[in-house]
Design a protein around this ligand. Structure first.
Ligand SMILES: C[S@@+](CC[C@H](N)C(=O)[O-])C[C@H]1O[C@@H](n2cnc3c(N)ncnc32)[C@H](O)[C@@H]1O
Length: 272
């Protein structure tokens, strides 16, 4: 067996103590260290594996640090985004929200991404739909700095990223408002897995006693920032949709999108 395959096996075994997806993580670590794609890892005969670096990464990961923070990057749609402890690691289920916007935003639409974090939604939409203009708003200066670096690294000139408390600095109206804002209830925070609670910013996770403070504010304010017939799409916790749907009384065609696990994850609605 090649040295790479042996390392893959031992790394997978060690990570299995803390990860349900140890083999994928081991493949990502080794392919990153070798500078090859995951697909090419199994046929790569390169012998130069930086063993000291590999050991350091495994130790940090076993201490529950998310792999994306250790490597400084996260995959989202067709992008590789810089991430650091100041921003939430973009989640695969949020890709469904991006896909929905890419399918439904009218040609040349003006799209708002509220609480942009690493810029994941804004940049992925702008990358897939060069005809749209995206305004990304975010309260955290650390996140804005990272999102701006991500924007520059893809040269996405159809995105503007601005510090803002929800819509405070927004001007004009949008055709689509998308928001993956914090939605975890304060008392649920303590129950989160260590990777999230110990490493991701609390500002990106919690939103008051029931988790819906920012979502309520967004639903109340969005009609002032949407064009007639404009869309609002929100990411939610799996149990929150029934409580949120009735708040959308100024909107029509209120629908729920389920995520890959079959949980209610997004709500979209159209301004009357
Ligand atoms: C759950 S994270 C999502 C980040 C990103 N949209 C994504 O999908 O990966 C929520 C983001 O909303 C930001 N945020 C929290 N309160 C906010 C507010 N009042 N106004 C704007 N952004 C806010 C947080 O800093 C964080 O970046």
């Amino acid at each position: 067996m090649s040295e790479i395959l042996q390392l893959l096996r031992t790394t997978t075994r060690r990570l299995a103590k803390i990860s349900n997806d140890a083999q994928t993580e081991a493949e990502i670590i080794l392919s990153t260290l070798l500078g090859v794609t995951r697909q090419n890892l199994y046929t790569c005969n390169q012998a130069e594996i930086p063993l000291g670096q590999l050991e350091g990464i495994i130790k940090r990961r076993i201490a529950h640090e998310p792999l994306q923070y250790i490597l400084g990057e996260a995959y989202f749609m067709n992008l590789v985004l810089e991430v650091a402890p100041g921003v939430l690691i973009p989640r695969p289920e949020t890709e469904l929200l991006v896909e929905w916007i890419c399918r439904h935003a009218p040609h040349g639409a003006r799209v708002c991404d509220l609480g942009t974090g690493s810029g994941a939604i804004a940049l992925a939409v702008a990358y897939e739909r060069p005809d749209v203009k995206v305004i990304a708003l975010e309260i955290s200066p650390d996140a804005v700095a990272i999102a701006e670096r991500n924007r520059q690294s893809y040269g996405l000139n159809n995105v503007t990223i601005t510090i803002s408390d929800l819509f405070a600095t927004a001007t004009g109206r949008f055709d689509v408002i998308a928001a993956n804002l914090p939605y975890i209830a304060d008392d649920e925070y303590e129950t989160l897995q260590l990777e999230v609670k110990n490493y991701e910013p609390r500002l990106a996770l919690t939103s008051g006693a029931d988790g819906l403070e920012l979502i309520r504010r967004t639903i109340a304010e969005a009609p002032d920032y949407l064009n007639p017939g404009g869309f609002l799409i929100l990411e939610l916790g799996e149990s929150q949709a029934p409580g949120v749907l009735p708040l959308l009384d100024k909107f029509k065609d209120r629908k729920i999108i389920k995520d890959y696990s079959g949980h209610n994850r997004h709500i979209h609605a159209q301004l009357q």
